[in-house]
Ligand binder design. Structure first.
Ligand code: ZN
Length: 179
């Protein structure tokens, strides 16, 4: 069983205080994956920064994705549907002190499709924790990105090398679901 995980596709990360121009490129591909997962009734899980202004990360990045603000909401292009799961997180990893692992296990998920921002940061740390917990990892390279091309590419290399991530594309995953 596969689950689609969408990390930090929030207003602050795409158009707000931590704006990333390169995020525009991945939005349509994540949308395609979302609708394919919905069609196949597979889990779509948003894991979103939902910070308190006292979180440790504020020192490094400044205020971003503060719980309850518009900046912490999923971008309008990817608005979650009724049955989608939304989880808040306080650090880079989507697993750290969140219910993600138990949600995946209760649905018999063995493979996670990681999408969103940033390839070398929250996606990478989420992949680490997925790998430590025995999940297979697929990364559609057209559904993740970073502030720079270099960070994105070195991020992909790292994911492939150390977490045995299958680097693929949205279309290939969609085709696979149709089989
Ligand atoms: Zn954060």
């Amino acid at each position: 069983m596969k689950a689609l995980i969408i990390v930090d596709m929030l207003n602050d990360f795409v158009t707000g205080s931590l704006k990333c121009e390169r995020a525009q490129r991945i939005i349509p591909h994540i949308r395609d994956l979302m609708s394919s997962f919905h069609k196949h009734k597979l889990p779509v899980i948003f894991v979103n920064d939902s910070h308190l202004d006292t979180d440790f990360e504020m020192e490094r990045w400044g205020a971003h994705a503060i719980e309850g603000t518009e900046g912490a909401e999923v971008i309008p292009e990817l608005t979650p549907e009724k049955d989608d799961i939304i989880i808040g997180k306080h650090v880079y990893s989507s697993f750290f002190e969140t219910p993600l692992d138990s949600i995946l296990r209760s649905r018999k998920v063995d493979t996670v499709i990681l999408t969103g921002l940033h390839t070398h940061l929250c996606v990478r740390h989420t992949a680490a924790d997925a790998f430590f917990r025995g999940y297979k990892i697929q990364i559609p390279e057209d559904c993740v990105d970073s502030f720079t091309k270099e960070d994105h590419q070195s991020g992909l290399e790292y994911l492939k090398e150390y977490y045995a991530a299958n680097i693929t594309k949205a279309d290939a995953i969609i085709k696979d679901l149709k089989k």
